[in-house]
Ligand binder design. Structure first.
Ligand code: OFO
Length: 172
């Protein structure tokens, strides 16, 4: 059985993951409108992955005797300044999410809820991968600079880059 505090923290995390899904979805739509089909495909996939992160938490909360609440969400930014802006925003966002996950992990220890602590380890590993992926893509964009050919290849490559937890194998 979840304590009320842990249940509230997990519900807050459900909201964070659902909001992440919305943010990636808005960015995907922006990229698609810019004609960046590969980047858009990557972001659409990532949006789906974030929804799965939220769902996984919802199932866990309900299985452990809590009540997972579907949150109301704010509208994410409609436009992005540049492709670099997209990936920098993602990196900052994921760093923030990592901080929130660490707080949940911390609370689990304080509440001596080792089951939820164990469950949350999947999110801890996932965040390492998400931050790493965002950093790698920012490094690539820095290398490309203003080179149009480089951007073309970057967009093409992202068409097939799987996210961190989605697709077979994940881990990319
Ligand atoms: Fe759910 O990992 Fe990003 O936010």
């Amino acid at each position: 059985m979840l304590s009320k505090k842990v249940e509230a923290a997990l519900n807050a995390q459900i909201e964070t993951e659902a909001m992440s899904s919305q943010i990636y979805l808005a960015m995907a739509s922006w990229a698609e409108v810019q004609g960046l089909g590969g980047i858009a495909a990557f972001l659409y996939r990532h949006s789906d992955e974030e929804r799965v992160h939220a769902l996984k938490l919802m199932k866990f909360v309900n299985e452990r005797g809590g009540h997972a609440v579907v949150p109301a969400l704010k509208q994410p930014a409609k436009d992005c300044k540049s492709i670099m802006d997209v990936f920098q925003t993602i990196f900052q966002h994921e760093t923030k999410v990592t901080g929130e996950i660490n707080k949940v992990v911390d609370l689990c220890l304080k509440e001596k809820d080792y089951t939820t602590h164990n469950f949350m380890q999947w999110y801890v590993s996932e965040q390492i991968e998400e931050e790493r992926l965002a950093r790698t893509l920012i490094d690539k964009l820095n290398l490309i600079g203003g080179d149009k050919g480089g951007l073309y290849l970057f967009d093409r490559d992202l068409q097939s880059v799987t996210g961190t937890s989605g697709g077979e194998g994940g881990g990319h």
